[in-house]
Design a protein around this ligand. Structure first.
Ligand SMILES: Nc1ncnc2c1ncn2[C@@H]1O[C@H](COP(=O)(O)OP(=O)(O)OP(=O)(O)O)[C@@H](O)[C@H]1O
Ligand SMILES: [Mg+2]
Length: 221
C-alpha cells in the first residue's frame, strides 16, 4: 500500500543541517495497522508527512498503491492526497470559525459531490465517531477528546484508503485516548482502512499489528 525506499530527509537552514531521516525503508501492507514510536525529535512526524505527501524527501521514493509519487506535480499530489489519504494531527487542526459539521465537510469541497451529499456524508462520519449531537457546535465549545473525534470524522469522511495519525491520543487522558483508539481499531477492522499511527504510548502500540521504532532518523526495529 505504502512503500518507502531509501528515504532521506535533510532540513537545511542558513546555519544548521539536520538529518531527520536516514535511509528509511518501510512497506505498509494494505489493511495493516502500523505504529511508529521513538524519542522526541527522532523523525516520526517527518516520516508521516513524507508518507502523506505533505513533505518531499531529500532522497528516495514514496510509492502509494504501487504508484511512484516522485513524478507527480503539486496539483496531482494534492488530488492524490485528497482522494486516498486521511490525516489526524495531534493538535486537531480544526477551523474554529466553522461549525463541527462544516469542518467535517471540508475535504469534500474539493470533490464534485453536491452540497446535500456532502452534508449527508459528514453527518454519517460524525455518527461513526459518536458526535451526532455536536454538529452545530464550534470547535472551541468541545472537549479535547471531542475535537479529536471531529478530526477523525474529517479524516474518514472521504473514505480514504489510508489514515495517517500523528499522536492522535497524545493530548488526551487515558480514558479518552482509549476511546479514540477503539474508533481507529474499528475502522481498521470493519472498513479495512490502512492506518499508520505515531504514538508515545506502548499500550496503544501493542494493540496494533506491528511496531516500528525510530532512533535519530534511523529505523531500529
Ligand atoms: N521545518 C524544519 N526545519 C528544520 N528542522 C526540522 C524541521 N522539522 C523538523 N526538524 C528537525 O528534524 C528532526 C525530526 O523532527 P520530527 O518533527 O520529525 O520529530 P518527531 O519524532 O516527530 O518528534 P516529536 O515526538 O517531538 O513530535 C528534529 O531534530 C527536528 O528538529
Ligand atoms: Mg512529531
Amino acid at each position: 500500500m505504502i512503500q518507502l525506499q531509501n528515504i532521506e530527509k535533510v532540513y537545511r537552514t542558513s546555519t544548521v543541517e539536520t538529518l531527520a531521516l536516514n535511509n528509511v525503508n518501510l512497506t505498509v501492507e494494505k489493511g495493516e495497522f502500523l505504529s511508529i514510536m521513538g524519542p522526541s525529535g527522532c523523525g516520526k512526524s517527518t516520516l508521516l508527512n513524507i508518507m502523506g505527501l505533505l513533505d518531499a524527501p531529500s532522497k528516495g521514493d514514496v510509492k502509494i498503491g504501487n504508484e511512484s509519487t516522485t513524478q507527480l506535480s503539486d496539483k496531482q499530489m494534492a488530488h492524490f492526497r485528497n482522494k486516498k489519504l486521511g490525516f489526524i494531527f495531534q493538535s486537531y487542526h480544526l477551523i474554529n470559525d466553522l461549525k463541527v459539521l462544516d469542518n467535517v465537510e471540508l475535504p469534500l469541497l474539493y470533490r464534485t459531490s453536491s452540497a446535500r451529499e456532502r452534508t449527508q456524508l459528514a453527518k454519517a462520519a460524525l455518527e461513526k465517531v459518536g458526535l451526532s449531537n455536536r454538529m452545530k457546535h464550534f470547535p472551541t465549545q468541545l472537549s479535547g477528546g471531542q475535537k479529536q473525534r471531529v478530526a477523525i470524522a474529517r479524516a474518514i469522511v472521504g473514505e480514504p484508503e489510508i489514515i495517517l495519525a500523528d499522536e492522535p491520543t497524545g493530548n488526551l487522558d487515558s480514558a479518552m485516548g482509549n476511546e479514540i483508539m477503539e474508533i481507529l481499531l474499528q475502522l481498521n477492522n470493519t472498513e479495512k482502512t490502512t492506518i499508520v499511527m505515531v504514538t508515545h504510548d506502548e499500550n496503544m502500540a501493542r494493540k496494533t499489528h506491528r511496531l516500528v521504532r525510530l532512533f535519530d532518523g534511523t529505523q531500529v526495529s
